[in-house]
Design a protein around this ligand. Structure first.
Ligand code: CO
Length: 134
C-alpha cells in the first residue's frame, strides 16, 4: 500500500507577487528561497521553505491558464495542499479503487523530474490536493 509521508507544500494563488511577498517575506520574515518563472504552468512561483514544508505563492502570468481562471473566479487564497507519497502510481491506483475522482489519472513529470498528480476537490471535501513523489 502506498504511503503519505509528509506535507510538502501549501500553495497560495496571488494576483500581485510583490504585494504578497510584503506579507510572507517582509512581515512574517520567512526567507524567500527562490522566485522562478514556470513557463509550462504560465505562472511565477515564490518558494518560501520552512522546516519540513514550504509555502508557495503562485501568480499567473497569462489570462488563459487554469490558475488564472481560478484567480479570476475565486480571487486570491489557498489553492492546493501537496502531500508527498512514496509511490505515486500505487497511490493513484489505490484512490481509483476507492472511486476518488482524479484530475490526473496518471502521474505527470515536472521539469525537475518530480512526479505529481492532482486529486479533484469534489472527492476531498473541497481541497485541491496534489501528490508528489520526489
Ligand atoms: Co504544488
Amino acid at each position: 500500500m502506498a504511503v503519505v509521508k509528509s506535507i510538502n507544500h501549501v500553495a497560495v494563488v496571488v494576483s500581485d507577487m510583490e504585494q504578497s511577498l510584503s506579507f510572507w517575506r517582509d512581515a512574517l520574515g520567512i526567507e524567500l528561497h527562490e522566485l522562478r518563472d514556470v513557463p509550462a504552468e504560465k505562472s511565477q512561483v515564490a518558494f518560501l521553505p520552512l522546516a519540513g514544508a514550504e509555502v508557495e505563492l503562485v501568480m499567473p502570468t497569462t489570462d488563459d491558464s487554469g490558475i488564472a481562471k481560478y484567480l479570476a473566479k475565486r480571487g486570491q487564497g489557498m489553492h492546493h495542499l501537496c502531500l508527498e507519497v512514496d509511490d505515486i502510481a500505487g497511490m493513484l491506483t489505490q484512490l481509483k479503487a476507492k472511486n476518488i475522482r482524479l484530475i490526473n489519472e496518471e502521474p505527470r513529470t515536472a521539469a525537475d523530474g518530480k512526479k505529481y498528480a492532482f486529486i479533484h476537490p469534489e472527492s476531498t471535501g473541497g481541497v485541491l490536493v496534489e501528490l508528489y513523489q520526489l
